[in-house]
Design a protein around this ligand. Structure first.
Ligand code: ZN
Length: 268
C-alpha cells in the first residue's frame, strides 16, 4: 500500500528514468487525457507531495515562462504504481489492462498502472491540486510545528483518523499510523487533545517514513524479514511483540486500525 515513503520512491524512479529528457511519445488510456500528446515536451523534474506525484514538464519550445509549463499529476491511492522499463523491455510488472499512462523517452519508458486523479494542469496552478495538504513529512520544507498546530486544531478528533488526514500532515498512511501509535503507547481512539506528546508522535512518524525512504520493504521494527516488519499492522490475533496480548483489528472511520489493547489502553 503506497504511503508517503513509497510515493517518494516512485518519484525518484521517474526522476531517474525521465528527468532532463525530451519525450518521444505518450499514450494516455483515460478519457480525460485520451487526446493528449506530450511528444516533444521535456521532463523537468519528478516530485512528490505527500501521496501525490507531480511530473513537471517544459513546453517543446523550451520556454519556462511559467505560463506554459505543465504538471502531470497522479495519485497512487491503494493500488497505483509507476514502473520504468528499458526501451524494448517487456512491460511485465502488471497486467496491461491496468495501464493508464505511457511516457516514452530515448532511454526509458515509464508506465503508470491504475493511476488515480490523472490530470494535466499548468505548473503555476499546482497548488490547486496539492495546496490543501499539510506539511509533507518527506518534503524539503517539512514543518513539524505546523503539523502539530494543524492536528491540535481539532482536539476532539481521534488521533487515528487525524494522522491519516492529509490536510494535517501529508504522507502518513494506515501502516505508519498504526505503528506510530503502538510505539507511542497511544490508543488510536484517543482524542487528539488528550495525546500526551503530539510533537513526539509527529517526529516519530517522520523518522519512520524517512528510515524507509529508498527501499520498497517497509519496516518499523528494524527487521526486513517477512512477517517481522511491523508491530501491529496486519497482525490481528497474533501476540504483541512486547507483551504477548493478542493484537486487535477494528474499523475506524473509513479504514481499519490495529492496536495492542494492553500497550495502548483507551484510558492511559
Ligand atoms: Zn502489547
Amino acid at each position: 500500500m503506497p504511503e508517503g515513503d513509497s510515493v517518494w520512491n516512485t518519484a525518484r524512479v521517474l526522476q531517474r528514468a525521465l528527468a532532463g529528457t525530451r519525450l518521444t511519445g505518450s499514450d494516455f488510456r483515460v478519457p480525460q487525457l485520451a487526446a493528449t500528446d506530450l511528444t516533444g515536451w521535456t521532463v523537468r523534474e519528478s516530485a512528490s507531495r505527500g501521496k501525490h506525484l507531480l511530473l513537471r514538464l517544459t513546453a517543446p519550445d523550451g520556454r519556462t515562462d511559467g505560463g506554459r509549463d505543465l504538471t502531470l499529476h497522479s495519485h497512487l491511492r491503494m493500488d497505483g504504481a509507476w514502473r520504468a522499463y528499458a526501451p524494448g523491455e517487456r512491460w511485465a510488472a502488471r497486467p496491461a489492462h491496468l495501464i493508464r499512462a505511457v511516457l516514452r523517452s530515448p532511454g526509458a519508458v515509464a508506465v503508470g498502472y491504475h493511476l488515480h486523479e490523472l490530470a494535466l494542469t499548468p505548473t503555476a496552478a499546482e497548488e490547486s491540486l496539492v495546496g490543501h495538504l499539510g506539511p509533507d513529512l518527506l518534503g524539503p520544507d517539512w514543518d513539524p510545528d505546523e503539523a502539530v498546530r494543524r492536528l491540535a486544531a481539532h482536539p476532539d478528533e481521534s488521533i487515528g483518523e487525524a494522522l491519516l488526514d492529509q490536510r494535517n500532515l501529508a504522507g502518513v498512511g494506515n501502516l505508519y499510523k498504526c505503528e506510530v501509535l503502538f510505539l507511542r503507547g497511544v490508543s488510536p481512539w484517543t482524542p487528539v487533545g488528550a495525546v500526551p506528546d503530539l510533537a513526539g508522535t509527529v517526529a516519530l512518524a517522520q523518522r519512520l517514513l524517512a528510515a524507509n525512504r529508498g527501499r520498497w520493504t517497509q519496516s518499523t521494527t528494524g527487521s526486513l524479514h517477512r512477517g517481522q516488519t511491523s508491530y501491529v499492522y496486519g497482525r490481528r490475533a497474533q501476540p504483541c511483540r512486547r507483551c504477548g496480548t493478542a493484537i486487535r483489528k477494528a474499523e475506524q472511520g473509513e479504514r481499519v486500525t490495529y492496536w495492542c489493547p494492553a500497550c495502548q489502553p483507551d484510558r492511559p
